[in-house]
Design a protein around this ligand. Structure first.
Ligand code: NDP
Length: 392
């Protein structure tokens, strides 16, 4: 029987890996309700022609005409704009891949959960900005959130059902990013190309920069606490440069269960696509003898302060984690555009958190998604102000 699915952010790195797996599945195993993108009309039209969704949606409203023209005569419905993304995400499906980057992904992912779909969650921002809302929504709708982030997916797989109460701690691994061996003096001159050259994973630009600053690991600690309902003290990070072990669960008896696999996003994505079964992937099988060794070290929070800043925000609550995420999105965009330096990123996030805290704009808990998006908007204004040197 074919499964009906939607992919939000279908033209990105996670979206493409998901489509790659589906292309290898038996014909008719999947049928598409919606495929979405933000601005890349050509790529969206191309995948829509191949996969024949009911609807293709482009986030940028100004591109409505271009998309309609690109898909004219195919019988595929087209739409544009944020509301159209939400409408498409609300269509009944068995499975939704939430792979939009950034807080722009919150409303469409919430709409999919609201409609009761299994939500394969790549967009960690949902849990970072409004974790309680998403977890409660899943519970009330009887919908399932399946983590796509390789570390969380590993932990999800290593939690023996019913043994959640016996967990002592969970450990997220980090590759350490491209600058793991760089002295801090050299890091001030990091270029866009240096920062995008991840040593292990091939990913979208935003998450690649977050991996280089270790902000990604900070966001993942927040995501893990909210997803697995664990206090911050029970979530550890270890740098593991081979990125073969993705996550570990330590139980109270001292047993540690880990999930291993080649660093290929198609493995965690496949585990959500086939859940609760398994499916084949074309990923390289692990060759442990050739690998010979696995290394571990503590993260360096002096050279990479983003991890510490994220942990502090987590302790402060949802207002702070939403602010952290928005300020980081703006700072990363500015770095990619050559407007700020690499080492400015954590500094700007920290300044924005301080400014909003001074103005009591960081509530401990949100009542709903609108609160999270309000903090997100204010943080974007404030961090932009910080970048121009105007006191916030
Ligand atoms: P990409 O930048 O490669 O792709 C992002 C996707 O979202 C594209 O389809 C893009 O469309 C769309 N998009 C961007 N902005 C908007 C917007 N404002 N409205 C609607 N759609 C938008 O990102 P990744 O695939 O790397 O990451 C996606 C998410 O998954 C992120 O949250 C990331 O943290 C997470 N993740 C990614 C991993 C990876 O390996 N890449 C691993 C684990 C988690 P367009 O192409 O038109 O711009």
């Amino acid at each position: 029987m074919s499964r009906r699915i939607s992919i939000l952010g279908a033209t990105g790195s996670v979206g493409s890996a998901t489509l790659d797996l589906i292309s290898r599945a038996e014909p008719g195993a999947f049928e598409f309700a919606a495929l979405t993108a933000n601005a890349n009309v050509a790529a969206l039209a191309e995948i829509a022609r191949v996969h024949r969704p009911e609807i293709a949606v482009i986030g940028d409203e100004r591109l409505a005409g271009d998309l309609a023209e690109a898909l004219a005569g195919t019988g595929i419905e087209t739409a544009a704009g944020p509301e159209a993304l939400i409408e498409a995400a609300s269509r009944p499906v068995d499975y939704t891949m939430a792979a939009i980057v950034g807080s722009a992904g919150l409303r469409p992912a919430a709409a999919a959960l609201q409609a009761g779909s299994i939500l394969a969650l790549a967009n960690k921002e949902c849990l970072v900005c409004a974790g309680d809302y998403f977890m409660e929504l899943a519970e009330t709708r009887g919908a399932r959130i399946l983590p796509v982030d390789s570390e969380h997916n590993a932990i999800f797989q290593a939690i023996y059902p019913g043994h959640e109460k016996h967990i002592r701690r969970i450990i997220l691994t980090a590759s350490g990013g491209p600058f793991r061996d760089w002295p801090v003096e050299k890091m001030s001159g990091v270029s866009r190309a240096d920062a995008l050259a991840h040593p292990v994973w091939s990913m979208g630009d935003k998450i690649s920069i977050d991996s280089a600053t270790l902000m990604n690991k900070g966001l993942e600690v927040i995501e893990a606490c909210r997803l697995f309902r664990l206090p911050p003290a029970q979530v550890d990070v270890v740098v593991h440069r081979q990125s073969v072990i993705h996550g570990l669960v330590e139980y109270i008896d001292g047993s540690v269960l880990a999930q291993l696999g080649s660093p290929d996003m198609r493995i965690p994505i496949a585990s959500t696509l086939a859940w609760p079964e398994r499916m084949e992937t074309p990923s390289e099988p692990l060759n442990l003898a050739a690998l010979a060794r696995l290394d571990f070290e503590a993260p360096d929070e002096i050279r990479f302060p983003a991890l510490r800043i994220a942990r502090e925000a987590l302790l402060a609550g949802e207002g702070a984690t939403s602010c952290l995420n928005a300020a980081n999105e703006v700072a990363v965009e500015a770095f990619l555009a050559g407007r700020v330096g690499f080492l400015d990123i954590p500094g700007l996030v920290s300044d924005c958190l301080e400014a909003m805290d001074r103005k009591s704009m960081l509530p401990k808990r949100f009542a709903g998604i609108d609160d999270a998006l309000n903090v997100d908007r204010r943080a974007r204004d404030i961090v932009s102000q910080c970048m121009t040197g105007i006191p916030a």
